[in-house]
Design a protein around this ligand. Structure first.
Ligand SMILES: Nc1ncnc2c1ncn2[C@@H]1O[C@H](COP(=O)(O)OP(=O)(O)OP(=O)(O)O)[C@@H](O)[C@H]1O
Length: 246
């Protein structure tokens, strides 16, 4: 822990462990984060999504603790709703309503806004993104990139202090990625961005590298990303297939 007070921190974890059944997925993660652009990298299955879900309060630690903007997100679900929003890899796992305006209004109604207030906020966020004409569009007719933008607008309408992006570009073509990345740049809140792509995190303030459920390295992007890329290259260059003949 640094000498910063917990309220200055975007999040911190203390001896965070998480198991599912017999499997330990996160082990003893201790980290303080106080900047606005935070990347999380790691190999497939290293525990990045699990950490993102713990930060959003969707999973509770098995032991240890987590605090995001001063709240325990799994215990204080009401505060978590206004503090942290999470954008999943696949918008189809997030969207539940038939039209764009209903989808965006849902979170606001959950937050306690009445229907008229929610409708006003929906219009305002659509206008912000120059998408007022989408209000009554059927969500199932939108492309994946458009659906991802609807999810992002739904989160931002709730004005969270932290937005977690879990591989938000997967399955999107390059122009859509670039358009969505521009939308991310406009986000006022702190961003925690899980990605396999070091390029996507190059301008970020700090990076957490998760490896087999542990925090392998934490530091400025310029320091951690080259180490991560080197390590991934070495693993990629190794000829795993030789082991099949052992
Ligand atoms: N509910 C669960 N029960 C058991 N094991 C799980 C559960 N959820 C995740 N795991 C396992 O935990 C490990 C970490 O999963 P997680 O999805 O957090 O990794 P990840 O780093 O996000 O992977 P990827 O980059 O492939 O998305 C994986 O081995 C996964 O199979």
């Amino acid at each position: 822990m640094t000498d910063q007070s917990p309220s200055d921190l975007v999040f911190f974890t203390k001896n965070l462990c998480l198991s599912q059944g017999n499997k330990t997925i996160l082990r003893d993660i201790n980290v303080d984060v106080s900047t606005q652009r935070i990347g999380i990298v790691g190999r497939n299955g290293s525990g990045k999504t699990t950490l993102a879900r713990v930060l959003a309060g969707l999973l509770a630690p098995s032991s240890g603790s987590v605090s995001i903007c001063g709240i325990d997100p799994a215990k204080d679900r009401k505060a978590a709703l206004t503090t942290v929003g999470i954008l999943f890899q696949n918008p189809d796992h997030q969207i539940i309503f038939p039209t764009v305006e209903e989808e965006i209004a849902f979170g606001l109604l959950q937050q306690g806004f009445d229907k008229a207030e929610a409708a006003e906020q929906v219009q305002s966020i659509l206008k912000d993104f120059d998408k007022s004409h989408w209000a009554q569009a059927a969500v199932h007719q939108l492309s994946q990139g458009q659906k991802q933008l609807v999810c992002l607008m739904s989160i931002l309408a709730m004005q969270p202090r932290v937005v977690i992006l879990d591989e938000p570009f997967s399955g999107l073509d390059l122009p859509t990625k670039m358009q969505l990345a521009r939308a991310f740049h406009r986000i006022d809140a702190a961003i925690v961005h899980v990605s396999h792509d070091p390029e996507a995190l190059i301008d970020y303030d700090e990076i957490l590298w998760i490896d087999e459920g542990t925090l392998k390295q934490h530091g400025p992007a310029k320091q951690v990303l080259p180490n991560f890329v080197d390590a991934m290259r070495k693993i990629g260059e190794a000829d795993d297939l030789t082991h099949l003949t052992d």
